[in-house]
Ligand binder design. Structure first.
Ligand code: PLP
Length: 435
């Protein structure tokens, strides 16, 4: 068995200089027994500090639609940088990128670029407050919108990990943050009776990728649209995961519901830090300098990241079959996993959407629909599965709240290898009575 001495040594050093050894808590791998220390990555694979080559379904939590180090996003970077990496002024590429985004997502009548999904959602909420003159927002348990105060109460992703609480968040924030159950319009109606008149916005992941993969039930997003209109609040779609991954028009491009504001991140920068928010022109007009709501950033819309976003769009627009090919791979993976689970008589529903695949260790006849059901997933079993898959050369996300992201670099052979690995891993777990 390979000795992971270099990883262990680096982890010791990390823990003595980085807070908790990481820049984002999930990376410590607590629910699965420890972190992965990466040396380099290419295509669908990462190589860890000890030289293990691992087939990667983490894909940096979603941004790497084209896989690691895609030539379109890594070649000729000196040319991009040579034109200057930061101007502190509006520039042509930024204008052109906004125009390109709006062509794909017409609801983005006005756009502003930021550096992270967190910033985008935080800013969109402030815009909603400025526009409506109201303070409260309504969110859904198990959705994740970043690490600002209002986003964290009952959030999914690693913010929902055991032991993480509301420390550091002012109590007053809770008063203005109403959290409802996803896919539950009755619960929402009850909350609206009490809080509707003081609500600035409802914020939602139109397809959730932060409590496993959860689809909106038919009528749920329409119900949100209808209710926000009735109570005078705005509807914000957090498309930080879904934009581009579920299609160039995002989730809104296919669900027939148009939000007032939308947030983008992750795939937009192709692995470089670029995000955005935007929406109705009359709403975005509250932002300074036109209006009184302040939002800004030294690095926002920087020419380097913007140039790379153009390159990403060039790839996606230039190859209309790329996303369908990824969807087919996602289908192949989901079908393979279903077959393995059937063979082993494990009733864990597999969920799939385009290049996202997921299943939880939760016995049921249908996929989970909300965070309460997601929390029924057996975290200990997931931890064992994660380690078994790692021993087969497959890297999964270190938390059951996360999903499997495919990239355009994954191949049918990679997927078949993954299914074989899952068969071996789950068979061993079955034999030991762990599932
Ligand atoms: C749906 C969603 N919104 C917002 C964020 C926050 O983005 P960032 O981590 O870039 O701040 C995330 C991050 O995972 C996310 O999944």
């Amino acid at each position: 068995m390979l000795e992971l001495t270099r990883s262990a040594d680096l982890w010791r050093r990390a823990a003595s200089v980085l807070a908790g050894g990481v820049d984002s808590p999930v990376r410590a791998g607590k629910p699965v027994g420890g972190p992965i220390i990466v040396r380099e990555a290419a295509g669908a694979y990462v190589v860890d500090a000890d030289g293990r080559r691992l087939l990667d379904y983490l894909m940096a939590y979603g941004p790497l639609l084209l896989g690691h180090a895609h030539p379109a996003l890594t070649r000729g970077l000196d040319e991009a940088a040579a034109r200057g990496t930061l101007y502190g002024c509006t520039h042509e590429d930024e204008v052109r990128l906004a125009e390109r985004l709006r062509a794909h997502m017409p609801s983005l009548e006005r756009i502003r670029f930021t550096n992270s999904g967190t910033e985008s959602v935080m800013s969109a909420i402030r815009v909603a407050r400025g526009f409506t003159g109201r303070e409260a927002i309504l969110r859904f348990a198990g959705n994740y919108h970043g690490h600002f105060d209002q986003a964290l109460l009952d959030a999914g992703a690693s913010a929902g990990a055991a032991g993480v609480g509301p420390s550091g968040i002012p109590q007053g924030v809770a008063r203005d943050t109403i959290v409802c159950r996803y896919n539950d319009l009755d619960g929402l109606d009850a909350a609206l009776c009490e809080h509707g008149p003081r609500l600035a916005a409802i914020v939602v992941e139109p397809v959730v990728g932060n409590m496993g993969l959860v689809h909106p039930l038919p009528g749920f997003l329409e119900g949100l649209r209808d209710r926000t209109q009735r109570c005078g609040a705005l509807l914000i779609f957090d498309e930080v995961i879904t934009a581009f991954r579920l299609g160039l028009g995002g989730a809104q491009g296919r669900c027939g519901v148009t939000p007032d504001l939308t947030t983008l991140g992750k795939v937009l920068g192709g692995g470089y830090p670029l995000a955005a928010f935007g929406g109705r022109a009359d709403v975005m007009r509250v932002l300074a300098p036109e209006g009184t709501v302040f939002q800004g950033g030294t690095l926002s819309g920087n020419p380097f990241c913007v140039a790379l976003a153009h390159r990403l769009l060039d790839v996606l627009e230039g190859d209309p079959e790329l996303l369908p090919r990824m969807r087919a791979l996602g289908e192949r993976l989901a079908a393979g996993l279903r077959e393995v689970l059937d063979e082993l008589e494990l009733r864990y529903p597999v969920v799939h959407d385009e290049s996202i695949v997921d299943f939880m260790f939760r016995v049921a006849d249908r996929p989970h629909r909300d965070y309460d059901e997601a929390r029924e997933g057996d975290g200990a079993a997931y931890g064992v599965f994660y380690r078994e898959m790692l021993s087969e050369g497959v890297l999964l996300a270190p938390s059951q709240n996360e999903v499997m992201f495919l990239s355009s670099a994954h191949t049918a052979d990679d997927v078949d290898l993954t299914v074989r690995a899952a068969r071996a891993a789950l068979s061993r777990m079955r034999a030991r009575g762990e599932v």
